[in-house]
Design a protein around this ligand. Structure first.
Ligand code: PLP
Length: 456
């Protein structure tokens, strides 16, 4: 059946094309919610992508959007990056999956090892979620303990244990001692899972130290993303990083750095920037060049927990499409072009973007801030300083404004994620970056002005 054409206007005045509308009406009959993931949902429904060209995505209504979502920060080189396309095409013509190892997995594992001595060995899987769950199982196998600690509000994928306290609210986020409570994210998560997860404050090193002193000896792992997107896309303080590093050493806890997003922050990954020396590192997104991937890496002595070569390993890790040659080839091409100079250039562009937005917001006198690090950024409504999940937690009005701003940016042909965060990609130059910044300042000024006008 052919889909329609034309354009429709939603409540915030954003133009979403008729073809996307028709696609959505059709999809909602066969897919709950009418699209595959809540993360790309927006009201009244998202535009549908047709194709990508560098830092642009073109929707099925032929609207060109400057893509800051980059498939949730996984496309470091934007869309249809020629070296990735060539590598995948070459790999594809010789077969897509084998019940045998391929040399391509050696090459990508070596590329990671060459970037960081803490990635001496790697096991690949197909998503960040799988990587995190394998790393946690690995930590349990290494320590013989099963509880874990994670930071409040931080996202580490869809494994029950790391979803604990993903989205607590002011009404339930404190326990009776004023520490972060273990809060259920999904209906039906067993009580036992909540008891097995210790929740740490992202921006309170003293409290974090106290909790770890009390619970440390029971923990298999502490998992940390030091620039966690859901905790505000704000870098973790060196004090908090030192607290968890010390506790892990003291109590024999496996430190898992979840660099699924933050690996992009430097050539060696995020951990060295925070003085962290993780035992296991999880990556995904950019290391797959736009194809599905996940990876657990670590020094050989830790990765031995997955070693099956002498019989049943302590922890099994494998999967039908793990290390498939297409993802391996795409990932290798992507990393080869994410060289030190490219990392530095993108990080400088990120600094320029955040400076321009901050200055623009200050000049406009609006109560909003931008956070981020390297090539990542996120907008927050409100005048307060954002230091972690709680200070990033939007009021109901701020949440509504964020949704309106995302739509208004779409109307300006810029695609942000639903919480108004974004990432830069290597095809972008100062032209695109300043355009994003100037449009965002303009839109925030307009939406906040309209809101203040209506609430006066
Ligand atoms: C820090 C972090 N860990 C894990 C994941 C899960 O990765 P995936 O979506 O590939 O399962 C994500 C996804 O956004 C993430 O941001």
């Amino acid at each position: 059946m052919k889909l329609g054409s034309g354009q429709s206007t939603d409540e915030a005045g954003s133009v979403i094309g008729k073809r996307s509308e028709a696609a959505y009406m059709r999809e909602r009959k066969v897919v709950p919610g009418g699209s595959m993931r809540a993360a790309s949902w927006l009201q009244p429904h998202p535009p549908y992508a047709a194709r990508g060209e560098g830092c642009w995505v073109i929707d099925i209504d032929e609207r060109r959007l400057l893509d800051c979502a980059n498939n949730f920060f996984s496309l470091i080189h934007g869309h249809a990056f020629r070296p990735v396309l060539d590598a995948v095409r070459d790999a594809m013509t010789t077969g897509t999956a084998f019940g045998m190892p391929t040399e391509s997995e050696i090459l990508l594992a070596e590329a990671l090892a060459a970037r960081s001595p803490r990635m001496e060995q790697t096991r690949f899987c197909n998503s960040g979620t799988e990587a995190v769950l394998a790393a946690i199982k690995g930590a349990r196998g290494l320590t013989g303990r099963y509880r874990i600690a994670k930071f409040e509000g931080c996202y580490h994928g869809a494994y029950d244990w790391v979803e604990v306290s993903l989205d607590p609210t002011p009404s339930n986020w404190d326990d009776e001692n004023g520490n972060p409570a273990s809060v259920r994210c999904n209906a039906g998560t067993p009580e036992s899972v909540l008891q097995e997860v210790v929740v740490l404050p992202y921006d309170d090193p003293q409290r974090c130290a106290d909790i770890l002193r009390r619970e440390g000896a029971t923990l298999a792992a502490v998992i940390v993303d030091p620039n966690a997107s859901r905790a505000g896309t704000v870098p973790m303080s060196k004090e908090t990083a030192a607290v968890i590093q010390d506790a892990c050493r003291r109590d024999g806890i496996i430190l898992i750095a979840d660099e699924v997003i933050s690996f992009r922050l430097s050539y060696e990954g995020a951990s060295p920037l925070f003085g962290l020396e993780p035992d296991l590192i999880t990556t995904a997104k950019i290391i797959g060049g736009g194809l599905p991937i996940g990876a657990v890496s670590g020094r050989a002595e830790y990765m031995a927990v997955f070693d099956h070569s002498a019989g049943k390993p302590k922890v099994s890790m494998g999967g039908t499409f793990s290390a498939n040659p297409l993802s391996m080839a795409a990932g290798l091409a992507s990393l080869e072009h994410y060289s030190r100079p490219v990392v530095e250039r993108l990080n400088k562009l990120g600094d320029a973007l955040r400076d321009r937005i901050s200055n623009g917001l200050a000049d406009a006198g609006v109560a909003a801030t931008v956070t981020g690090m390297g090539s990542l950024f996120r907008l927050h409504i409100g005048a307060g300083k954002v230091t972690g999940y709680r200070s990033a937690f939007p009021t109901a009005e701020a949440a509504k404004l964020i949704r309106r701003i995302q739509l208004a940016m779409l109307n300006e042909n810029v695609l942000l994620t639903p919480n108004c965060s974004g990432s830069l990609s290597s095809p972008m130059t100062e032209v695109e970056v300043f355009s994003i910044a100037d449009k965002l300042v303009h839109v925030v000024e307009k939406e906040l002005g309209a809101y203040q006008g209506s609430s006066n």
